[in-house]
Structures are given as C-alpha cells and as structure tokens.
Design a protein around this ligand. Sequence first.
Ligand code: EPZ
Length: 417
Amino acid sequence: MSKLLVKGGSSLNGEVRIKGAKNAILPILAATVLTEEECVIRDVPHLTDIANMLRIIEGLGAKCLVEQDVITVKNDDLTSHNVPTDLAKELRSSFFLLGPILGRMRRAVVAYPGGCDIGVRPLDIHLKGLREMGIAIEESHGMIYCDGGRLKGADVALDFPSVGATENLMMAAVLAKGTTRITNAAKEPEIVDLQNFLNAMGAKVSGAGSGRITVEGVPKMHGCTYTPIPDRIVAGTLLIAGATCGGNVCITNAVPEHLEPLLFKMSKSTCVISQQSDRISLSASGRPRGFDKLETQPYPGFPTDLQSQMMVMMSVAEGTGVIVENIFETRFRIVRELTKMGAMITVKDRAAVIRGVKRLEGAAVSAGDLRGGAALVIAGVRADGYTVIDHANYIDRGYESIEKTFGALGAEIKRLE
Ligand code: EPZ
C-alpha cells in the first residue's frame, strides 16, 4: 500500500492536458469482446482500473498490447466466458463484461464484482434488464451463471438511470436479434461515448444522452480505431483544487459542456473561470466562497464523483454549506479524515453540514476510495504542514501519477513506497 507525503501551503499554477476518461474506456474495452477484429483505443491514461480490465479480458482469451497511451485489443480467439472472482473483486466494471460476453458467446459466468466501497451497489437493475432480454440467470455462491441462448431485443425500463446497467444492456443488445429500447437510461457523456464506439464497430445504436436508447441488433461487428472523450472527473478535480488552494489553473483537452454543473457552481464562488473551445482556465485567491447547498444527481446533475472534492473546498470556504449525496449511501468516508485535519463537518444520513474553517492542519490520513483519496490530496496541498495519505493505491485507480500532475502545478508531493 503506497503512501503520499504532501507538503501544504502551495498555490497551484500551470496547465494540464486531460487524457481519455476512465469511465468511458472501461466499457469501451469491454465492448471490444463483441468483435474478433482488432480495436485500437488512443489517449488512454495509465490507471490500475484499466490495467485490471485488460487482465480480465486477457483471461477471456483477448490479446492486448499497451504502447504508451495506445491500447490494441484483438479478441479473435476467445477461450473463456468466465470472469473469475480474483479479478472481478478488483473492479466493479468487470460486471459490465456480462453484456458483451453474452452478445458474443451467448454464455457467461461472472463473479460478483468489487470496486470502491461507497455503497451496497446491488446489481438488480442489470439482472432485471438482462432477464427481460431472454437471458436465463442463476446466482449462487457469489457467482452469476447466464445462458444467453434465447437472447433477443426487448423493451427495458430501468428503475434508476444506472450507468453500468445502461452500458451492460447496450452491449448485450447490439448482436441480439431484434430491437432493444432502454428507457430511463443513464445520460452521462460516457454513455454517448460508448454509443459512438459501438457504432464505429458497425452497431446501430441511437438516443444515448437522451434517456431513451434504441439498439437495432446487427449480425456482426468489426474492429475500429477510437479516441475516447476526456476525463471530466479528473478535469473537475483539478479545477476544484485550483479554487481550494488558490492560483491559476488551466486544463486543456476538456469538454466544458461535460462540466456544466461544476462550472455553474464555481461561478457562484470567488474564482474566475474562462472557457475557450477545449480550454478551461480558473483563477482564485483567498478563501473560496462556500455554497449553501450541493446535491449530487445523475447526469446532467452534479456528479457524485466530484462530491468529496467539493467537500474539501467547502471545508475551507467562508460560511456553512450542506452536501446531500443522493447516489451512493456511504460516500462520506472522507469526513472522518478531514476532521483529523481540523474540518468542521457533521453527517446525518445522506446530508453533511460543513462549517468552513480558515485553515486545515496536515495530518496522517487514509484514502478509503478513489475520489475521496483525490480529495485528500487537495486537502493536503491546502493545509498547513505535512499530510501523509495512506492507501494511495485507491487514487491510482483513476488518476495517472497524481503526484506528478499536481507537481506540474507547483504542489510538493512525494510517493513513499
Ligand atoms: C458508474 O458506477 C461509475 N463507474 C462511478 O464512478 C459513478 O460514481 C457512477 O457510475 C455514478 O455516476 C464507472 O463508470 C466505471 P450506477 P456504477 O450503476 O455504474 C444503484 C469512479 O469514482 N444501483 O449508476 O456502478 C447503485 O447502488 C466511480 O470513477 C442499483 O441499485 O453506478 C447506486 O446507488 C465510482 N442497482 C446508483 O444506482 C443496480 O443494479 C448509481 O449506480 C445498479 C446500480
């Protein structure tokens, strides 16, 4: 378990180019299973979640090659339809391999997935949709056995706009006979990116981003070369860091539209934000002005994946604010760690009340999940003195060498193996 040593007190100044989005690339890598031809994915950051997804599809028989930020995948000789427990427990996203494996091989055995401990994260919406598409599903001893012999297009209404369930059903539908209509589908930009990737492979998917997705089944898919959208959560993390620590941060290769909920919120604070095509610049000095309320919602609402980072900003802002976390039931683990640094936060059910303090003090803290870990890095840069962040490997799941990224902006962060 690696640690990060963060020296507090720096402002952040400089420019960072944002790479491909983890939460777009993971379903895209799963979707490569749908063809035996070669797929090339560009602008891929080096993240442990992506490395683990590659290990899982290699376990199915895929040939994967990583050269700098380009991944080449060929699934011409799949030898297994089984996602074993040891790999599935590393990654929640292993579960949305179910759809493509069923689409390609009509059979699948997947272990219950792991992933960040931010809630119960059940799979009922995935399984209900797949059953409506004719998949016979047995669950026993933590394994899920699927027979896709009767896979067919169907009308599926999701009880909640689950990102993973939407992606799983899209990928199960592209090679199924007939038409599938998914209503109350997730609208995240990563869903639109998956649609674009599937269509680049020869699928007929439409409506992604609207909440109503239609998939016309096709007999075969082919390979393609694809550049995924930039990572809006990494971009948002850096902007929040700039607003919290002060300075001038510019991010390039960003899509401002994907960050609208954050940019709107920030425009109410003391920082100055400007946008030109794919560049977003933020300048901030002194204490940020807080927000009276922040509620996380499915896209296009405020993203849950930026909630912990906003909590850090609000913990040093003027005034008192409330965060309501509507997506995951236990995404407030960071509160205990921020309290060690002098933050004044109380939690009741899904609401956290944050009373802004002038300063945080460096302390020994522990990352409990990916985004909470990134938020602790922001807190460490903003604090007085030194902060040691344990379990930094959580952060590496979604941020490519975070110490180098923040270092390029002037922060002093060292990795202690
Ligand atoms: C995706 O997770 C993202 N992960 C998460 O990002 C993100 O926080 C989440 O979507 C919400 O935007 C990837 O894309 C790899 P959901 P996912 O299914 O698909 C409940 C990060 O930090 N639910 O939309 O697992 C679930 O419990 C990660 O990059 C069911 O009840 O999220 C949660 O409360 C963290 N039954 C809500 O829906 C189901 O069958 C949203 O979950 C499925 C989900």
